[in-house]
Design a binder for this molecule. Structure first.
Ligand SMILES: [Zn+2]
Length: 247
C-alpha cells in the first residue's frame, strides 16, 4: 500500500480524482480480502461438520439411552425375581408348608422362576453387547465434536485478528481517500461515483498514450484529437467505456 497523498497537494481535481480512484480500489481490495479470508471458508466447513456431528450424536445417544433404559428394566425385573425366588425358597424350607401337593407346586414355581431368570440374563447380556459399541460411538462423537469446536475457536480468533489488521489498513486508506477527494468538484465526484458503481469499481482512469487505462482500448484519432483540444479543466470521457479520462 502506497503512502497517502498529503492534504492540500497542488494537483488539479482531475488528477486528485485519480488518487481517489486508487484509494477506492485499495479499499475495495481490502474489503474483498476481509470478506474472503480462507479461515472464513474453513469455519463454514467446520460449522457444517459440527452440526452433522451434533445430529449424529443426538441420534446415537437416543439409541444408547433407549438400550440403557431397557437394561435398567431387565435388571429391575431380575432383582424382583431374585427377591421372589428367595421368598419362595425360604417358605419351602421353613417347614410351614407340609402338604406334598403344595410343596410340589412350589417346586414347579421355583423351576419356572429359574427359567425366567435365565431368559432375563440372556436378554440382559444381549443388551449389554449392543450397548458397548454405542457407548464407543457416543464417546468418539464427543471427541470429534470437541476437536471441531476447538478448531472453530481457533479459526474465529484468527479471523478476528486479521479483521483488526485489515480494518486498521482500511481506516488509513479511507482517510487518505477523504483527503484526496477534498479538492474534487462535487459534480465531478458525483459523476465518478455513478460510473464507479456501474463499471466494476473503476470510474476514472488515466489516458496512457492513446489508450484508456480503464478499458485498455485504444482511442480513435478523432477522439484523441477532441480530448487534446479540451480546456485543461474540462472532463474527458473514454468513447469506449464512458469512464472519466485523466490526461
Ligand atoms: Zn475506456
Amino acid at each position: 500500500m502506497g503512502p497517502a497523498a498529503p492534504p492540500g497537494t497542488d494537483v488539479d481535481d482531475l488528477h486528485a480524482l485519480l488518487t481517489v480512484q486508487e484509494r477506492d480500489t485499495q479499499a475495495d481490495q481490502l474489503r474483498h480480502r476481509r470478506a474472503h479470508l480462507p479461515e472464513r471458508a474453513r469455519l463454514d466447513v467446520v460449522a457444517t461438520e459440527l452440526a452433522n456431528v451434533e445430529a449424529e450424536g443426538a441420534a446415537v445417544t437416543a439409541e444408547r439411552d433407549e438400550l440403557a433404559r431397557r437394561q435398567a428394566e431387565l435388571e429391575a425385573e431380575l432383582a424382583d425375581l431374585e427377591r421372589r425366588t428367595a421368598d419362595l425358597d425360604r417358605r419351602m424350607r421353613s417347614g410351614t408348608v407340609t402338604a406334598a401337593r403344595d410343596l410340589q407346586a412350589m417346586a414347579g414355581q421355583l423351576d419356572a422362576m429359574k427359567r425366567r431368570r435365565s431368559d432375563l440374563e440372556d436378554a440382559d447380556l444381549e443388551v449389554l453387547d449392543a450397548l458397548d459399541p454405542l457407548e464407543k460411538r457416543v464417546s468418539d462423537l464427543q471427541d470429534r465434536w470437541a476437536a471441531l469446536d476447538a478448531e472453530a475457536g481457533e479459526l474465529r480468533a484468527a479471523i478476528a485478528a486479521q479483521e483488526r489488521v485489515i480494518d486498521a489498513q482500511l481506516a488509513e486508506v479511507l482517510e487518505a481517500r477523504r483527503q484526496a477527494a477534498a479538492p474534487v468538484r462535487p459534480e465531478l465526484m458525483a459523476t465518478y461515483e455513478r460510473l464507479r458503481q456501474r463499471l466494476g469499481g473503476v470510474g476514472a482512469a488515466a489516458l496512457v498514450g492513446a489508450s484508456c487505462g480503464g478499458c485498455h482500448l485504444t482511442l480513435s484519432a478523432g477522439a484523441l484529437d477532441r480530448i487534446r483540444r479540451l480546456p485543461p479543466d474540462a472532463v474527458a470521457t473514454c468513447e469506449q467505456c464512458g469512464r472519466i479520462l485523466v490526461r
